[in-house]
Design a protein around this ligand. Structure first.
Ligand SMILES: Nc1ncnc2c1ncn2[C@@H]1O[C@H](COP(=O)(O)OP(=O)(O)O)[C@@H](O)[C@H]1O
Ligand SMILES: [Mg+2]
Length: 305
């Protein structure tokens, strides 16, 4: 099977607001597919329609041959959904909780085995409310795994986690992928999308504005890097625009930023220029473009609001 998920013209309208506007994408089996976008872009609404939790206004999502629009209940058997941690039932310990969720699917679940998978085996006697933020997110992933799903949906799984807990969760997501499961996740962290996802759809204002591999998305913009440095003296920036491969030059107070499509060529030119017209630059930094720059380039605004 080439695609396990096929989303076609998926749309959600609330009265006068279109939360998701005719989006289409496909996911291959075993992929980690990311939906990257700022708050309010329509990521959660997209996921909830695909999960059969929200009524689809227009279009459809087909998961493993099942149309979500026609069979929203049937789809629930083959997908795993990460529940919001706040709703966990605190009367049971973690092992009992997972076995309880399994029973909702008519399955006999080995709670300890699942807890081991998400590295919470030593916490099996705890209640959900006693866990740290990162542990709770790992528990919610264990819950998503109880029915041994083909596809797992994770909605902003690392929002609010510290960097260490975030990396821990990335490792878990990769383990799940290695076991053959397809993952769809949303995030507003470009770094997360870049390091974790095989392919990414960038979403903004209800629409997908670009989709590709992380490398493919970075190729969308001509600029490959920015070169930044400080100058103390007055410096005419006009000649810097003539440097090899420079695509743009800006000055903000004492900071000069040169955008370039080829770092080495521009740097070489800058040093040669400095030999004849001393620039006296300090704090030279080279910043490779990332998805944040791609987003800025496509939308004119930053990912973080
Ligand atoms: N139940 C609802 N009724 C009306 N508008 C909603 C509802 N749920 C979400 N929205 C609106 O839909 C848009 C997309 O929301 P959402 O999918 O939650 O975005 P994201 O997850 O990317 O932050 C937002 O403008 C939000 O306010
Ligand atoms: Mg959301």
């Amino acid at each position: 099977m080439e695609h396990i998920i096929s989303v076609d013209q998926l749309t959600k309208r609330y009265k006068d607001l279109t939360a998701v506007d005719h989006i289409s994408f496909q996911v291959r089996p075993g992929e980690i597919f990311g939906i990257l976008g700022p708050n309010g872009a329509g990521k959660t609404t997209t996921l909830e329609m695909m999960e059969g939790l929200k009524v689809i206004t227009e279009g459809d999502a087909v998961i493993n041959g099942i149309s979500v629009k026609q069979h929203p209940r049937q789809v629930k058997h083959i997908i795993g959904v990460q529940l919001q941690s706040s709703s966990f039932y605190d009367l049971m310990n973690l092992k009992e909780l997972l076995e309880f969720f399994g029973s909702l699917y008519g399955r006999k679940v080995d709670g300890m085995a699942l807890l081991t998978k998400v590295e919470l085996a030593d916490k099996w006697k705890s209640r959900a409310k006693e866990l740290s933020g990162g542990q709770r997110q790992r528990l919610s992933i264990a819950v998503a795994l109880v029915n041994d799903p083909l596809v797992i949906f994770l909605d902003e799984p690392t929002t609010g986690l510290d960097p260490q807990a975030r990396r821990h969760l990335w490792a878990l997501v990769r383990d799940i992928q290695k076991a053959g499961t397809t993952l769809i996740l949303t995030t507003h962290y470009m770094e997360e999308a870049e390091v974790l996802c095989d392919r990414i759809a960038i979403m903004d204002s209800a629409k997908i504005i670009a989709q590709d591999t992380p490398t493919g998305l970075l190729k969308l913009i001509e600029q490959k890097a920015t070169i930044k440095f400080q100058v103390k003296n007055h410096l005419d920036i006009a000649p810097l625009k003539q440097l090899a491969a420079a695509t743009d030059v800006n000055r903000m107070k004492d900071t000069i930023t040169i955008s370039t499509s080829h770092v080495q060529d521009t740097l070489k030119g800058l040093i040669e220029y400095d030999l004849t017209h001393p620039v006296h630059f300090t704090d030279l930094q080279v910043h490779e473009v990332n998805l944040e720059d791609v987003f800025l380039n496509l939308t004119g605004k930053t990912l973080r609001d």
